[in-house]
Design a protein around this ligand. Structure first.
Ligand SMILES: Cc1ncc(C[n+]2csc(CCOP(=O)(O)OP(=O)(O)O)c2C)c(N)n1
Ligand SMILES: CC(=O)[C@@H](O)[C@H](O)COP(=O)(O)O
Ligand SMILES: [Mg+2]
Length: 630
């Protein structure tokens, strides 16, 4: 059946009774495609019935479905003309891993970061009013995403308006890891026991008798009244609350959605689903299957990688445990990224000093500020892209008060398959302009550990930013030693034409390029404060300084070098290599780097083409090296 569904209009031609079989096929398709190609898994298995029901009940794309985060929108992609492209998802030139407006008219809003759906859908609902149109706007948001302040800002606004807005709360009692917070407990109470099952029964009875339109509307009203729980949080906020209902009963979902369409104003439908539904290993451990690399569907095993050197994330996780054992003042904070940020061991070894605050980056940072005010030493483990959410808190609550908070900024630079929404390309630019901050970028795993230790010793806000995945492959030293702040280290002495100033993780690429160009290579280590002494020395002894970073060139570490050279009146040619002023589409990280000319070959070519005729460049006796991925 699935083969005949190219667009939702085909789906809407099916009998209602055919939908369960279609859902089974869709789930099979998903199992096959994600186990082969990798991607987000558990959440998509949980939204199969919901997706079918939404496209069946609503007139998409005229009616607007707005998916929150978008990691659960694979069934939506499959039903909206992209089924045959699913094996390309998250790969270079393939489908994006999240809804994307440029990809399909059914993707009404670009996503990747969480908790934006209610605001965006409300915007669309208000636009309908302004334009005199009457389409529906439906936000589909998970219980994890509902832990973010933004969701409540939107509810607060919407509940005060008469907008044609439906919010579907897809509650699977999981964020990536088990969901946290008082709201989780509240939702569990709503889902619990008799209340849920008795409403399901009454709902089914009322809806199964709905025949004529007038009868349907009457029954709908009666039934919906029965489903409303007066006094729920959502009711208090001006929403009509319906549910909870079983989010895997596709026919019931269609009935309820059809009926919800007849009602006016802000409505919230609470559905209960299971993350990983239909694949036993994922049902048992939805967290392990949240996002997967290709794996064997029969055994559930993910193919193991060749080398077992630690990732930067693991280096951080180990350091955090070691540091916590040494210093009781250390507390660790994550905004809902326990696994991704490498905090599992810490959470188990130091449960009293571990805080998962939910998807609440802003709160995470101000919480850290409060803890630091009282003499504790908070470490905020956060992805670069999600730290963007908490910029004001970092500046206003931490940095102005010069509080010693350590920001362990993971996924800095290009991140590969998640694409532009998740790239950490801007942190050096937005951190280095904040007074009081010390900003470090390790070139290898050991340096990462030593920098974290250094950061922890300092009495000011600090950031250590490191990339996704593995680095050079070296094992960090067990001992920890504070590094001299603002001091660079020379890696290679070259001829006196070119000096490459490396900021961060592109050490292998920089080394290979330096060999090829016979360039001096300096690992700058600190983006702030800069090692001005070495900059002066290099500017006076070399013809060309090449700055290299996996951050946006605009405002990044290279810009810091330019500012200093200008201020010091040092006349030397400078070439800034880093990420261009465009969004880099999803691909493997190595492919993205190559596309930006930040692999060894690209660096050499840029230097040669930019300065080949103007300065003396070291003669190469060997061919330009190809970049070899770790
Ligand atoms: C602002 C932001 N912080 C963190 C994340 C990482 N993240 C992606 S999905 C997710 C969990 C979302 O939980 P929920 O909304 O319940 O959806 P489910 O995974 O259960 O389907 C998190 C924390 C994100 N995408 N955006
Ligand atoms: C959707 C989302 O935001 C996360 O699931 C993210 O994709 C995780 O990224 P990592 O795989 O880098 O941890
Ligand atoms: Mg959830």
């Amino acid at each position: 059946m699935l083969e005949r569904i190219n667009f939702p209009a085909d789906l809407r031609r099916l009998e209602l009774e055919a939908l369960p079989a279609l859902c089974a096929e869709l789930r099979e398709f998903l199992l096959d495609s994600v186990s082969n190609g990798g991607g987000h898994f558990s959440s998509n298995l949980g939204t199969v019935e919901l997706t079918v029901a939404l496209h069946y009940a609503f007139d998409t794309p005229q009616d607007k479905l707005v998916w929150d985060v978008g990691h659960q929108a694979y069934p939506h992609k499959i039903l909206t003309g992209r089924r045959d492209l699913m094996d390309s998802i998250r790969q270079k030139d393939g489908l994006a891993g999240f809804p994307k407006r440029s990809e399909s008219e059914y993707d009404t809003f670009g996503v990747g970061h969480s908790s934006t759906s209610i605001s965006a859908a409300l915007g669309m609902a208000l636009a309908a009013q302004q334009k005199g149109e009457d389409y529906h706007s439906i936000a589909i948001i998970g219980d994890g995403a509902m832990t973010a302040g933004m969701a409540y800002e939107a509810l607060n606004h919407a509940g005060d308006l008469d907008a044609n807005l439906i919010v579907v709360l897809n509650d699977n009692e999981m964020s990536i890891s088990p969901n946290v917070g008082a709201l989780r407990k509240y939702l569990t109470r709503l889902l619990s026991g008799r209340m849920y099952s008795s409403m399901r029964e009454s709902g089914k009875k009322a809806l199964s008798h709905s025949k004529s339109l007038s009868k349907l509307v009457k029954l709908t009203e009666e039934h919906m009244k029965g489903m409303v729980l007066p006094g729920t949080l959502f009711e208090e906020m001006g929403f009509k609350y319906y549910g909870p209902i079983d989010g895997h009963d596709v026919e019931e979902l269609v009935h309820v959605l059809e009926n919800l369409k007849q009602i006016k104003g802000p409505r919230l439908l609470h559905i209960l689903t299971q993350k990983g539904k239909g694949y036993e290993p994922a049902e048992e451990d939805p967290c392990a299957y949240h996002g997967v690399t290709p794996f064997n569907l029969k055994t559930g095993l993910v193919s193991s990688s060749k080398k077992s050197t630690p990732t930067y994330t693991q280096v951080f996780g180990q350091w955090l445990c070691d540091m916590a054992a040494q210093d009781k003042r250390l507390v660790g904070i994550t905004p809902a990224m326990r696994e991704g940020s490498g905090l599992v061991a810490f959470s188990e070894q130091f449960p009293q000093r571990y805080f998962d605050v939910g998807i609440a980056e802003q709160h995470a940072v101000t919480l850290a500020a409060g803890l630091a005010c009282e003499g504790l030493k908070p470490v905020v483990a956060i992805y670069s892209t999600f730290l963007q959410r908490a910029y004001d808190q970092l500046l206003h609550d931490v940095a102005i008060q010069n509080l010693p908070v350590v920001f362990a900024v993971d996924r800095a630079g290009l991140v590969g398959a998640d694409g532009p929404t998740h790239s950490g390309n801007y942190d050096l630019s937005f951190l280095r302009c904040v007074p009081n901050m010390v900003v470090m970028a390790p070139a290898d795993e050991n340096e990462c550990r030593q920098m974290l230790y250094t950061a922890f010793q300092l009495d000011c806000p600090t950031a250590v930013r490191y990339p996704r995945g593995k680095g050079t492959g070296i094992e960090p030293h067990t001992e920890m030693q504070a590094m001299p702040v603002g001091k660079a280290v020379k890696v290679r002495n070259g001829g006196n034409s070119i000096a490459i100033l490396l900021f961060g993780s592109l050490l292998a690429e920089a080394r290979a390029a330096a060999e090829e160009l016979d360039a001096t290579l300096v690992n700058m280590r600190f983006v702030k404060p800069l090692d001005k002494t070495i900059l002066r020395e290099l500017a006076q002894s070399h013809e060309l300084l090449v700055t290299l970073e996996d951050n946006a060139v605009m405002g990044g570490a290279g810009s810091a070098v330019n500012e200093y050279l200008h201020e010091a009146g040092l006349a030397v040619e400078v070439m800034n290599l880093g990420l261009p002023d465009v969004y880099i589409e999803h691909a493997q990280r190595e492919e993205q780097l190559a596309a930006c000319g930040l692999d060894a070959l690209g660096i050499v070519e840029k230097v040669r083409s930019g300065y080949g005729g103007r300065i003396h460049i070291g003669l190469s006796l060997c061919p330009v090296p190809q970049y070899v991925a770790n």
